[in-house]
Design a protein around this ligand. Structure first.
Ligand code: GAL
Length: 329
């Protein structure tokens, strides 16, 4: 009798633990559609968490080689709510859509000013301008106005990203000097301008940089410069964002599982954190139908690793992930 009661108690505890688990499936390689049924158009972007929603900013490649910038939000990475076209050709800036186009828009929140700030690649049709653009808004879904466009500290700048460190210090990192180096630009307190530049990976010709600060280590994933074609992603680490970066080492397969890095997303939960590689599967089969791919980042003996999963599961509340045991299907 006593034994049965104990077994029942254990079963109840197990059921309770299970009930607290909330697994959401991430599906790669398929078209993501928004709540209106349209393909999610948010390429080359990043995520920003505001309250219980994750906002996804990115290039709208639906109809043009000169993308507008879209914003979506989600609570489960399956249901995508279209928020707004937050930067629009001809509307947000007179040159946008004619002599300039935007690529790789990245969104961040400035704790000090309470503003949402977008940095992006601000380019001419033939990539000769090599400039950056900065936009700002009081609320995440806009309206955004242009703060500045030009070459940061006079440096030619193309593929780009932003990185906000734990202490709020923000950086713009971009491929500089005709795709030769990576420039790490420390931003002013209001995130409006670059105040200093450190040259990283001189002559290595890297682009699509994505940085994460995990524990006491900075990780940077980047790609080679092969246009829309995928190539071998590489990883480097450092204890200091501005110096001491390791050599570049291969990560993932030789074409980054047919993706190019766009950002690293951190999901902080009650029991841990999940780090997610977000990449673009460009031209699949054409630019408008390029896919957004999300892969869980793994660590083996302190080394970052990337494996490919068509589907995998995440518990957003607890900050856990797992592969799906397909043998049970
Ligand atoms: C890639 C770059 C993209 C886009 C593309 C155009 O190398 O990462 O953002 O500029 O080239 O060909």
């Amino acid at each position: 009798m006593k034994k049965t009661f104990f077994t029942l108690q254990l079963l109840c505890i197990a059921l309770l633990v299970k009930a607290q688990e909330q697994w959401t499936t991430i599906r790669n390689g398929i078209e993501w559609t928004d709540t209106e049924g349209y393909i999610v158009q948010a390429h080359g972007g990043n995520f920003l968490q505001v309250g219980d929603r994750w906002y996804l900013i990115g290039e709208d490649r639906a109809g043009s080689w000169r993308p507008d910038v879209n914003l979506y939000s989600t609570t489960d990475f399956n249901t995508w709510r279209f928020e707004a076209k937050i930067i629009e050709n001809y509307v947000t800036h007179p040159d946008l859509g004619s002599s300039r186009m935007i690529e790789r828009p990245k969104l961040m929140y400035n704790e000090k000013t309470g503003k949402f700030v977008v940095w992006c690649h601000w380019e001419a049709g033939n990539y000769s301008a090599s400039e950056a653009g900065v936009f700002e808004s009081d609320s995440v879904a806009g309206p955004y106005h242009c703060v500045w466009t030009g070459r940061p500290l006079g440096t030619k700048s193309r593929d780009c990203n932003i990185f906000v460190d734990n202490d709020g210090a923000a950086y713009f990192i971009s491929t500089t000097e005709e795709n030769t180096n990576l420039g790490l630009f420390r931003l002013s307190e209001d995130y409006h301008s670059a105040v200093s530049e450190t040259v990283l990976f001189k002559g290595e010709r890297r682009e699509a940089p994505a940085i994460a600060h995990i524990g006491d280590t900075y990780y940077m994933i980047s790609s080679a410069c092969t246009g829309w074609d995928p190539n071998q992603a590489k990883i480097a680490t450092s204890k200091n964002i501005a110096e001491g970066w390791s050599n570049l080492e291969n990560i993932g397969d030789r074409i980054a599982y047919d993706t190019q890095s766009s950002s690293i997303l951190t999901i902080n939960g009650t029991e841990g954190a999940v780090y997610i590689y977000v990449g673009d599967r460009w031209m699949d089969p054409d630019l408008p139908r390029s896919k957004i791919i999300m892969l869980p980042i793994e660590f083996e003996n302190g080394k970052m690793e990337l494996r490919y999963f068509d589907t995998w599961e995440i518990d957003l509340q607890r900050g856990k992930w797992r592969t799906i045991d397909t043998s049970k299907k």
